[in-house]
Design a protein around this ligand. Structure first.
Ligand code: SF4
Length: 456
């Protein structure tokens, strides 16, 4: 009897300093897309998974095919891993949103490239390679109409992930924010899962005391669909967090349903407190019903905590933009916040505009060996690149110093639930430790030897 066909999944890390085998171990969440791919394999196909963030890849373990999901930040490391396998004669297939946005580049380092969602294509990819006829390109004609695959989490078992249950209820987003790679990859559309199937999965996964994280890019992109989900979740006894656009705060019914469904907090892209800047980044919807301040107050009234993200570096921004964002985040008692400089992801209108204007300092920053995590890859107007980078770091230091954490802890939103207050303190302490952890991390493994191996 022939040996069974074997697929190895690899989740690449962003990068690591030479000789560092640990990266930031405490922060790793389950890579749910790997479990979704594993669910697509026929039972007769063997499987193995290496998470490059937390373990050493056994590159010599026998396998017939390697599957790597590539994001822009992990592209360089993914190509290193692919080179290691391909030098040993093992074919490599790559997908993920960077493969969708940059298929020609990814195709230089992979035997097969999957463009679009894997659900429709991955079974065919595996079947072709099993029969020795893998193709160079697999491209979905259109998006599936719904999410139907239930992830096979058994492949993640035994690895030291954060004790948070990840579930996907929808993918993509209908909005078109200027800088957003997600909406570029999914052509400003969203597909959802049947709410009954989400509830059934949550019942199977139930682990008392565990927070559920809905990894959807924007859980309220389709507000009617989101309301149907929230109604189905009500009474299930879960506590969840997720990511949502500020549009939800303009709809009182949605807020009430969200809270009743167990929502504890959401990540919201506040981005800017300047009306003109929000319109310029195609995010004028953040100004609905009174703008960010009114939105956060309404969310807090419904006991929904806010993880606010801010961006700096658009033309017209200045050091005062960042100062104002930090002061706002502190005054409003945000649960946590991110102060990031703008990063041009390939495929976005922002990237194309900066490229046309000749303002990209590192045109393919994700591949450039001189680029480091946190560096500003373009030439901003109101700052030097170094000043913009340093001001964002300083904003994080200020927001995550103990004085700020304890001052924000006094906000009444954090006193309503002792369990969430304990989470507030623990998560803020983790962020405090991480303020400098990734600054200037190389993309890819700096200790990796050799040349990236291109497909001949
Ligand atoms: S709302 Fe969020 S997910 Fe949607 S396009 Fe804007 S940044 Fe992207």
């Amino acid at each position: 009897m022939p040996a069974p066909f074997h697929v190895t999944f690899v989740h690449p890390c962003v990068g690591r300093r030479a000789g560092d085998r640990t990266y930031i171990r405490t922060w790793s969440m389950e890579p749910l897309p790997v479990a979704t791919l594993a669910a697509l394999l026929p039972a007769a196909v063997g499987r193995r998974f290496f998470d490059d963030r937390i373990e050493v890849i056994d590159i010599d373990a026998p396998t017939d095919l390697v599957a790597i999901s590539v994001e822009t930040y992990t592209a360089r490391r993914a190509y290193q891993i692919a080179s290691d396998y391909r030098r040993r004669g093992v074919p490599v297939v790559m997908g993920g949103f960077h493969a969708t946005l940059r298929p020609d580049e990814v195709g230089r380092f992979a035997d097969s490239v999957v463009v679009g969602e894997a659900e429709a294509l991955f079974p065919q990819v595996v079947d072709d390679w099993r029969h020795g006829c893998g193709q160079r390109l697999y491209k979905a004609a259109k998006r599936p109409t719904a999410l139907r695959v239930v992830p096979d989490r058994s492949i993640l078992r035994g690895k030291p992930y954060l004790p948070i249950t990840l579930v996907e209820t929808a993918r993509g987003c209908r909005f078109r924010c200027d800088f957003c790679a997600i909406t570029a990859a999914f052509a400003a559309s969203q597909i959802r899962r049947d709410p009954g199937e989400v509830v059934a999965e949550l019942r199977r996964l139930r682990r008392p005391g565990r927070m559920v994280f809905f990894i959807d890019d924007n859980i309220v992109s389709d507000l009617d669909g989101a309301k149907a989900l929230f109604r189905a979740l009500a009474g299930q006894g879960i506590r969840w967090v997720g990511q949502a656009s500020m549009t939800v705060a303009a709809d009182d019914e949605a807020l009430a349903l969200m809270r009743a469904s167990g929502c504890q907090g959401i990540l919201i892209g506040i981005e800017s407190l300047d009306e003109g800047q929000l319109r310029g980044m195609n995010k004028g919807f953040n100004l609905l019903n009174g703008g960010p301040l009114a939105a956060i107050r309404r969310l807090h009234q419904h006991s929904i905590r806010v993880y606010g993200t801010f961006l700096a570096g658009y033309d017209g921004d200045s050091p005062a933009t960042i100062e104002r964002a930090v002061a706002f985040a502190e005054e409003q008692g945000l649960f946590i916040a991110a102060f990031n400089h703008l990063t041009p992801f390939p495929g976005t209108p922002l990237y194309d505009r900066l490229e046309r204007a000749g303002r990209l300092r590192f045109p393919a920053w994700w591949l450039d060996p001189h680029y480091r995590y946190g560096m500003v890859p373009f030439t901003p107007v109101g700052f030097s690149p170094e000043e913009l980078e340093q001001r964002c770091i300083a904003a994080r230091r200020r927001f995550y110093r103990w004085g700020s954490i304890l001052s924000r802890a006094r906000h009444r939103i954090h006193w309503r639930d002792p369990w969430m207050l304990a989470n507030f303190l623990a998560i803020n302490a983790m962020h405090q430790r991480d303020v400098d952890g990734r600054n200037h991390l190389p993309l890819g493994d700096a200790g990796w030897q050799g040349e990236l191996l291109e497909v001949g």
